[in-house]
Design a binder for this molecule. Structure first.
Ligand SMILES: [Cu+2]
Length: 421
C-alpha cells in the first residue's frame, strides 16, 4: 500500500462512501488505501473522485495531480537553485567539417543539463543576447501557468536585450527537458533545447536495478540548409521588431502577425479581417523548402563523434532518452534486451523488456541496460535515414555500448576470412 503523500490529509471517508456499494469491500479498500487528491486541491471545485477500477493495486487514479500547488511561491528559508541562461547565436560543430550557426543556451548545444531534486525550487534567469525573441518552456513540469513559456499564450516573448525570470518547483520527478517555444520548429531545431532531470526522492528504478552510471541521450535532428536560410531571414525580421521597442501594443500586434501566434481564435480572425495574410498562404513550399533533416544527433553530435555508453559486466546503467527533435527514432541495442522503466518521467507500473524502443518527439523514455554480455555493441536508431551524415552511412544517431572489461572475458575482434580467392 502506498503511503499518503506529504501534503495529503487523511481520506474523507464519507465523501467516498457511495463507492463501497459499487466496488464492493475489496475495491473500497483499494481506493481508501490510495493517496487522494492533494489537500490543496480539495478546497476548490468538485474533486475528481476515482472510479471503481479493476486495475493493478499499484495504479493511482489521482496520480496525475501535482503534489504541491503549482501556484505556491517559495517560503522563507526554502532553498532556491538559481541558474542563468543566456541565448546567443554561435557556431556548433556537429561532426568535423560541419559547423552550423545556431541559437545556443550558455554557448552550448544542447543547452546545459539542469539536474535538481524533486520538489526543489528552480529559478532560471533567461537573458536574450540574440537578435531574435525567445522563451523557455519546461516540458513535463507542473508549474504555474505564467511560467510555461508560451509566447502570446502565457507571456510576452523575451525581446533582444531583455530577460525573464522563471521560478517553479521541480515536480514531478523524472526525465524531462526544456526548449524555446518561439517559432519552435526553427528555434528548437536551431539549438534551444536541453535536458531537465528531476531526481526522485525515492528512486524506484535504483531500488529495483541498483545502477551506477546515469546517461542522458538527447535526440534531435537538423536541416542545416534550412536553419541557415531561416536564421538569416528571422534575424532580419527580429531587427524590425526590435525597432518597435517599448511600444507594447504595436509589438504585440506585429509579433502576433509575424509569428503566427494569437491569444485566441477571435484575435486571429479579427487580424484577418483587418487585412492580415497568414504566412502559410504565401510561404514557399516544395522540394527546396520542405524541412529535410540531414544531420541526426545524440547530445548535439553525430556518429562517429557521439559518446559511447560505458558499462562493466554485472553493472546496471540507466539511460534517459529524450525526443528533443521533430522526428521519431527507434533505438535498438545489439546483443541485449533492456528494461523500459519510465515514460515521460513517470515509472511504469512494471518494467517492460525490449530491444528496440521508439522515442517520439516530446517524449522521454528511461531504460536500464544490464551488463550481461561483454563486448562492443551498437546502439542506434533503426530508422536507416537517421544513421547517415548528409545522406552518407554510417553517421547520425549511432553510438556503442562498450564494456570496459570486455578483454577480461576474452572478447576479441576477429579478422575477416577471405573465401573468394
Ligand atoms: Cu527561441
Amino acid at each position: 500500500m502506498k503511503p499518503l503523500r506529504k501534503k495529503d490529509k487523511p481520506q474523507d471517508v464519507s465523501r467516498r462512501q457511495f463507492m463501497t456499494g459499487v466496488a464492493g469491500a475489496a475495491g473500497a479498500g483499494l481506493l481508501l488505501g490510495q493517496a487522494a487528491l492533494p489537500a490543496w486541491a480539495d478546497g476548490g471545485s468538485a474533486p475528481m473522485d476515482s472510479p471503481a477500477t479493476p486495475w493493478l493495486a499499484s495504479f493511482d487514479a489521482d496520480g496525475t495531480a501535482p503534489e504541491y500547488n503549482p501556484r505556491e511561491m517559495p517560503k522563507a528559508g526554502e532553498v532556491i537553485h538559481k541558474f542563468e541562461m543566456e541565448v546567443t547565436i554561435g557556431i556548433h560543430e556537429i561532426v568535423p567539417g560541419i559547423k552550423a550557426h545556431m541559437f545556443l543556451f550558455n554557448g552550448s548545444y544542447p543547452g546545459p543539463t539542469i539536474r535538481v531534486q524533486e520538489n526543489e525550487w528552480v529559478q532560471i534567469d533567461l537573458k536574450n543576447k540574440s537578435p531574435e525573441n525567445h522563451t523557455i518552456h519546461w516540458h513535463g513540469m507542473m508549474l504555474q501557468n505564467e511560467m510555461d513559456g508560451v509566447p502570446f499564450g502565457t507571456q510576452w516573448p523575451v525581446f533582444t536585450g531583455q530577460g525573464y525570470r522563471y521560478l517553479f518547483r521541480a515536480q514531478p520527478a523524472g526525465t524531462h527537458f526544456y526548449h524555446c517555444h518561439v517559432m519552435t520548429t526553427l528555434h528548437q531545431q536551431a539549438g534551444l533545447v536541453g535536458a531537465l532531470i528531476v531526481e526522485a526522492k525515492e528512486d524506484i528504478v535504483k531500488k529495483t536495478f541498483p545502477y551506477t552510471r546515469d546517461y542522458t541521450l538527447l535526440l534531435s535532428e537538423i536541416d542545416t540548409n534550412w536553419v541557415n536560410e531561416s536564421l538569416n531571414e528571422m534575424v532580419g525580421m527580429g531587427m524590425t521588431m526590435n525597432a518597435m521597442n517599448n511600444d507594447m501594443k504595436l509589438m504585440g500586434e506585429m509579433n502576433g502577425r509575424m509569428m503566427g501566434w494569437f491569444q485566441d481564435k477571435e484575435a486571429f480572425l479579427k487580424s484577418i479581417k483587418d487585412g492580415y495574410t497568414p504566412a502559410y498562404m504565401t510561404s514557399m513550399v516544395g522540394p527546396n523548402r520542405v524541412i529535410t533533416p540531414n544531420f541526426f544527433m545524440i547530445n548535439g553530435k553525430s556518429y562517429p563523434m557521439t559518446d559511447p555508453l560505458l558499462i562493466k559486466k554485472g553493472e546496471n546503467i540507466r539511460v534517459r532518452m529524450i525526443g528533443g527533435g521533430m522526428q521519431p527514432h527507434y533505438f535498438h541495442l545489439h546483443g541485449h534486451d533492456f528494461w523500459h522503466v519510465c515514460q515521460d518521467g513517470a515509472p511504469l507500473a512494471s518494467p517492460v523488456r525490449m530491444n528496440t524502443i521508439p522515442i517520439f518527439p516530446g517524449t522521454t523514455s528511461d531504460i536500464v541496460i544490464q551488463g550481461t554480455n561483454p563486448g562492443s555493441w551498437h546502439f542506434h536508431d533503426h530508422s536507416d535515414l537517421s544513421t547517415t551524415n548528409n545522406g552518407i552511412h554510417p553517421g547520425g544517431m549511432m553510438t556503442m555500448l562498450m564494456y570496459e572489461d570486455a578483454e577480461k572475458y576474452g572478447v576479441t575482434f576477429k579478422d575477416v576470412i577471405q573465401t573468394n580467392s
